[in-house]
Design a protein around this ligand. Structure first.
Ligand code: TRP
Ligand code: SF4
Length: 404
């Protein structure tokens, strides 16, 4: 059996959305760049995930993938420290997804928030497809295929990581048991006493047969309170709830970044679709234009009207980009009408341009060498496949699919 130090392994994925903006940089990429030196990192461009929603607009996908890869590299995600690859170049993701689909209760997928929301009648596009329903399972396969223990994601992804853990647990329960374990566990149940044993059995059945996660929680709480059995038996019964025995697919943990969400030019969340983003490859004059056009506190109609930074979308950007001194200058100058809005925006424009400059220099190099980028991704896929095959051979063995 191959050993993987899950705790030290990171996997994360991003949909191929083309050129990235400074929100991605502060929210995600800077975190990855830090992690790549501390962990064994796999960063995946999840092109199949894009198809789960955008199956009707597939023509531009390879360009979106390339643009995003260039931005990852330009920002400092390094192929010498991390493995960068495209999901569809590692077909093992599909095989694991298929095998996991056999044991994935429909109810678990139907109650994932991202699916429930898209089924609301006011949604413009019909996403009652097999692919979209199964999207969290594909994501679970992305993670479990590498036995990654650490998954850096935003809060919106927490239900998906929880779902992934549930799937891993169910898989291990069904296929990871070792001989002798079951008998010992059954003997421990008897020691609980008749009433508690019946309760335990019912809850365990509800979890295993219907995937009832609440029953699992209740059973765990029940076990915690048991005084009459040994610690060893208690451990066994915890394991027996979820399978116990051998862990084939370790349960991952979400790693939330502490970076605050960067707001966009209009104060809403920065997003390409909101048309309020500053892109990593915007030129200095575009950055200047965009920031100069930003709305400010509506109370400042005239230069002499005092304002309030808390009501101004420029302020959150200062908080990310400016020194404490500059922030104090903004707050005081704004509230006392000591500075004008254009004056206030000056240091921000400079700071954003300064941050983007080295990124853009690297981006030009990568953009001019598409073969280099393709090679990096191909090598990443090769390495990812080696790791993926190791996991899949364990999985195939556990499922009895080991033909010779
Ligand atoms: N679902 C994630 C998103 O929309 C992208 C994703 C796919 C992902 N597979 C992943 C994230 C695996 C982390 C790990 O942002
Ligand atoms: Fe916004 Fe600065 Fe103008 Fe105040 S001075 S309203 S913070 S741009």
């Amino acid at each position: 059996m191959s050993f993987v130090d899950s705790e030290r392994r990171v996997l994360s994925g991003m949909r191929p959305s083309g050129r990235l903006h400074i929100g991605h940089y502060h929210g995600v990429l800077k975190n990855w760049i830090r992690l790549q030196h501390e962990y064994e990192c796999f960063f995946c461009i999840v092109d199949w995930h894009a198809l789960t929603t955008d199956y009707d607009e597939v023509s531009g996908i390879s360009q979106l993938v390339m643009d995003m890869a260039v931005d990852w590299l330009a920002a400092g995600v390094s192929p010498s420290s991390a493995t960068l690859f495209i999901q569809s170049q590692v077909p093992e993701h599909a095989e694991l997804h298929l095998l996991l689909s056999m044991i994935c209760p429909l109810g678990w997928l139907e109650r994932v928030p991202s699916y429930k929301e898209r089924q609301e009648p006011q949604q413009s596009k019909d996403l009652s497809t097999y692919g979209f329903l199964g999207y969290p399972l594909l994501q679970a396969a992305d993670i479990l295929l590498y036995r990654a223990g650490v998954v850096p994601v935003g809060v919106d992804q927490l239900p998906h990581i929880e779902f992934c853990r549930d799937i891993a647990r169910r898989f291990n329960h069904m296929y990871g048991r070792e001989p002798g374990f079951e008998l010992k566990a059954e003997a421990a149940i008897v020691k609980l006493g008749k009433k508690t044993a019946t309760l335990y059995n019912n809850l365990r059945r509800a979890f295993q047969e219907q995937g009832d996660v609440e029953a699992l929680e209740t059973a765990r709480a029940l076990l915690k309170d048991q005084q009459s059995i040994t610690l060893g038996d208690k451990e066994r019964l915890f394991g027996y709830l979820e399978g116990g025995g051998k862990v084939i697919l370790p349960e991952p943990q979400a790693l939330l970044s502490d970076a605050p969400k960067l707001s966009g030019l209009d104060g809403r969340k920065m997003a390409k679709s909101n048309g309020n983003a500053i892109f990593l490859r915007d030129s200095s004059s575009e950055v200047e234009e965009k920031i100069k056009r930003m709305p400010t506190d509506p109370a400042r109609v005239h230069r002499n009207d005092p304002g309030e930074p808390e009501r101004c979308p420029v302020w959150p950007l200062h908080q990310v980009y400016s020194s404490a001194d500059t922030c104090a200058w903004v707050q005081q100058g704004c509230r006392e009408a000591g500075i004008g809005c254009l004056e206030c925006k000056g240091p921000l424009i400079d700071a954003v341009c300064k941050e983007l400059q080295p990124i853009q220099l690297r981006a030009v190099d990568y953009q001019n060498s598409p073969d280099l980028v393709r090679n990096i991704l191909a090598e990443g896929a090769e390495h990812a496949r080696d790791e993926a095959r190791e996991t899949l051979s364990e999985v195939r063995l556990a499922l009895g699919l080991n033909y010779r």
